[in-house]
Write a protein that binds this ligand. Structure first.
Ligand code: ADP
Ligand code: MP5
Length: 261
C-alpha cells in the first residue's frame, strides 16, 4: 500500500489540519501517518487556543516514522514557528523525503495566526526550497511576494517569484480571487497550466486548502505525475466542497468520500 505523511496542526473540530489530511489520504486509498506540530482548540466558528509542540518532539515523530516506514509523499501544513520550520527542513534533507507538498498555512479563515509572523522569513528561506510543490492561496502568495494579487496575471507573477525561491512547482490557488470561476495555476519554471471550476456557492469551506494539498500528495504517492495529481486533487476538492457539511454554527467542513464505495 502507498503511504502518505502529514506534518501539520491538529484541528479539534476535524475539518482542517491533520484530521482533514488523514481523511483525504484514507478516501484516496493511501495509508496515512501524522506528525503533529501544534494542537489547536478550534471549531467552525474560530480558533480558541493554540499550543505548539516542541521542535524536539516534532523531530522525534519524524524520526519514528522514517526509521520504520518510508513515506511515498509528504504534506506539510501548519508549522507554527521558525524553530519547527528549521527542524522539518533539516529532516526533509536527512531522510531525502520525496514528493513534499507544502501548503503555506498562515492565518485561519477566522483570522487566527497559525504561523507566527516572524517565522515567514524562515518559511521562505528554509521550507519553500525543501519542498517539491508549494500551494499558497492568494493571501499567502501576497505575503510571500510582497505584491497585491487581483488578477490571473498577478497570480502568474507571484508564481514566478515564488518559483525563484527554489521550489520546482508552484500552485497559486484562486479560491479567494474575486471572480466567478475558481482558477488554480501551476508554474513549473517555464509553462503555466490552469485548473478551473465553477465557484460553488457555499459558506462551508473550512479545510479546503488542507484537503486540496493532501489530495495532491495522495495522488503523487499513488504514482501520478504532478500535472495529473493536481488535476485529480482539483476534482476531489470540488466534490468535497459540493458535498460540504453544514455542521456547527460557522464555516462548515469539506466532505470526504470514499471513491471505492
Ligand atoms: N467556493 C468554491 N468553489 C469551488 N472551488 C473552491 C471554492 N473555494 C475554494 N475552492 C478551491 O479549493 C481549493 C482551496 O483553495 P483556496 O480557498 O484558495 O485555499 P485556502 O483554503 O488555502 O484558503 C482550490 O482548488 C480552490 O480553487
Ligand atoms: C490546524 C489547522 N491547519 C490549517 C488550517 C487552515 O485551514 P484551511 O484549509 O481552511 O485554510 C486550520 N484552520 N487549522
Amino acid at each position: 500500500m502507498k503511504t502518505g505523511l502529514t506534518i501539520a496542526g491538529s484541528d479539534s473540530s476535524g475539518g482542517a489540519g491533520i484530521q482533514a489530511d488523514l481523511k483525504t489520504f484514507s478516501a484516496l486509498g493511501v495509508y496515512g501517518m501524522s506528525v503533529i506540530t501544534a494542537i489547536t482548540a478550534q471549531n467552525t466558528v474560530g480558533v480558541q487556543a493554540v499550543e505548539e509542540v516542541s521542535g524536539n518532539m516534532v523531530g522525534q515523530q519524524i524520526d519514528a516514522i522514517f526509521q520504520d516506514i518510508p513515506a511515498d509523499a509528504v504534506k506539510i501544513g501548519m508549522v507554527s514557528s521558525a524553530n519547527i520550520i528549521q527542524v522539518i527542513a533539516d529532516k526533509v534533507k536527512q531522510y531525502n523525503m520525496k514528493h513534499v507538498v507544502l501548503d503555506t498555512v498562515m492565518i485561519s479563515k477566522s483570522g487566527c495566526h497559525l504561523l507566527k509572523p516572524e517565522a515567514i522569513e524562515a518559511l521562505k528561506k528554509y521550507l519553500i526550497p525543501s519542498a517539491y510543490i508549494v500551494t499558497p492561496n492568494i493571501f499567502e502568495a501576497e505575503v510571500l511576494t510582497e505584491m497585491k494579487i487581483r488578477t490571473i496575471e498577478d497570480m502568474q507573477s507571484a508564481a514566478r517569484k515564488i518559483y525563484e525561491m527554489g521550489v520546482p512547482y508552484v500552485v497559486v490557488k484562486g479560491g479567494h480571487l474575486e471572480q466567478q470561476d475558481c482558477v488554480d495555476i501551476l508554474y513549473d519554471g517555464s509553462d503555466f497550466r490552469y485548473y478551473s471550476t465553477n465557484r460553488i456557492d457555499t459558506k462551508n469551506t473550512h479545510g479546503t486548502g488542507c484537503t486540496f494539498s493532501a489530495a495532491i500528495a495522495s495522488h503523487l504517492a499513488l504514482g501520478k505525475s504532478v500535472e495529473d495529481s493536481i488535476d485529480a486533487a482539483k476534482q476531489y476538492i470540488t466534490k468535497a466542497i459540493e458535498k460540504s457539511l453544514s455542521l456547527g454554527n460557522g464555516v462548515g467542513p469539506t466532505h470526504h468520500f470514499h471513491e471505492f464505495y
